[in-house]
Design a protein around this ligand. Structure first.
Ligand SMILES: *[C@@H]1O[C@H](CO)[C@@H](O)[C@H](O)[C@H]1NC(C)=O
Ligand SMILES: *[C@@H]1O[C@H](CO)[C@@H](O)[C@H](O)[C@H]1NC(C)=O
Length: 387
């Protein structure tokens, strides 16, 4: 049953990709709502309700300038991957949990992701002399999920809601690694975090499956070595051989992301065997992003894919002391030419490309044949995001 249910999910996602491009067309939605967990790559407004981040960069212009024309709490100039998913699936935008009030808000789907959130609890970091950016871990997000379930009524009613939801768990974990790397931990030290981070993600996925989830999409780690923030941080301390010749990214940091992704995929395989009735899909963000960085022109990006659009100066347009939104900083003229918005987060254009790639099936594991046949169809060629 498991392979069949994966195919089904991929098929639905492919239909969604077609919808994203054509902006319409028939087909009854298989999903009625989205529940999402994660960090600033997925947060659509929660961080504005957390005191530590309520006045953070994403609360100020130029955040949101491209699409919403105002800051919404999203860490981008416009929409995030989750926004493109819900548009493609034609379901409501999930209510940011901390902005919701009553059951009706939550029945439309809920976004539990918080900018700065970690997979692991604060105690883990404190035991290593480190401090999280915000007091929110996956444990908070799962307890919020349980609160929501209770608000939604009887167990039978809850299951009707979870079974018709698409669960998006991740990306999550990038802050766990950032916190340590920013405090001079070695990559080797940070690699020891990986099994803990994967364990925390596994625990969320297990919880949502126990609550009746039929489909769980798990995006993997992004290529950390291509993040302008980390490229700027390590500038001068990495020698020439430390950079990948094709991408210009830092190999050691990308190795950390790949280690995370291998662990994630092993964990997912185990969960699939244990839960044959649930479709568990791995979304390969690492490849989606590195493909853009290696061939930016192919996807409509300009030739400096490792420089941030908004913020500082230097080779990567990044300076922690002049973060996007701070006095004296400015956004580039055309964010759609850039992959990185502020040195940490992606532009709307990159998010769109990533979402399309995942929806097309090209970066969804376990469906290689299907995505090949998809690419050769008329509909496939019509998709703007094919490149
Ligand atoms: C997350 O949970 C911890 C521990 O229960 C708590 O101290 C913290 O305030 C929670 N965060 C938020 C934003 O509610
Ligand atoms: C990390 O190391 C650099 C260079 O040795 C130093 O300037 C910086 O203060 C250190 N940062 C922390 C948080 O320890």
């Amino acid at each position: 049953m498991a392979p069949l249910s994966h195919l089904l999910v991929v098929l639905v996602l492919l239909r969604a990709a077609a919808a994203l491009d054509s902006g319409g067309g028939g087909g009854q939605a298989r999903y009625a709502r989205v529940f999402s967990f994660g960090d600033s790559l997925t947060d659509t407004g929660n961080a504005l309700h957390v005191p530590a981040t309520s006045a953070g960069p994403a609360s100020r212009p130029p955040y949101g300038e491209t699409f919403f024309r105002r800051p919404t709490g999203r860490a981008s100039d416009g929409r995030l991957v989750v926004d493109f998913f819900v548009e493609a699936l034609r379901v409501p935008h999930p209510t940011p949990y901390l902005a919701g009030k009553m059951a009706a808000d939550f029945r439309r789907g809920v976004n539990f992701a918080v900018g700065g959130a970690t997979a692991l609890d604060p105690e883990f970091f404190e035991s290593k002399g480190l401090k999280p950016f915000v007091p929110v871990s996956l444990r908070n997000q799962t307890s919020w999920f349980r609160n929501v379930l209770q608000l939604l009524g009887s167990v039978h009613g809850q299951r009707k809601i979870t079974a018709t939801a698409l669960f998006l768990v991740g990306e999550i974990g990038v802050n766990d690694y950032f916190i340590a790397l920013n405090r001079n931990c070695t990559v080797g030290e940070v690699k020891n975090f990986v099994p803990h981070v994967i364990g925390a993600i596994r625990s969320v996925v297990t919880d949502v499956i126990a609550a009746g989830a039929a489909t769980v999409v798990i995006p993997g780690m992004i290529p950390l070595g291509c993040e302008p923030q980390l490229l700027a941080l390590y500038q001068g301390s990495v020698d020439a051989e430390g950079y990948d010749p094709d991408s210009g990214c830092i190999t050691r940091l990308n190795d950390l992301a790949e280690l995370h992704n291998r662990g994630l995929r092993r964990m997912i395989s185990g969960l699939r065997r244990a839960n044959p009735g649930t479709a568990i899909v791995y979304a390969d963000l690492y490849r989606a992003v590195t493909d853009i960085i290696v061939s930016p022109g192919k996807y409509g990006f300009r030739d400096r894919p490792l420089a941030a659009c908004c913020g500082g100066i230097g080779a990567y347009n990044f300076d922690m002391a002049a973060f996007c939104g701070a006095a004296g900083t400015a956004a580039c003229a055309d964010p759609s030419e850039y992959v990185s918005w502020d040195g940490v987060h992606f532009t709307e254009a990159a998010n769109r490309r990533i979402a399309c790639a995942v929806l097309e099936g090209s970066y969804v594991a376990d469906a290689p044949t299907l995505s090949m046949s998809w690419a050769t169809t008329e509909t496939g060629r019509r998709i703007r995001c094919v490149g």
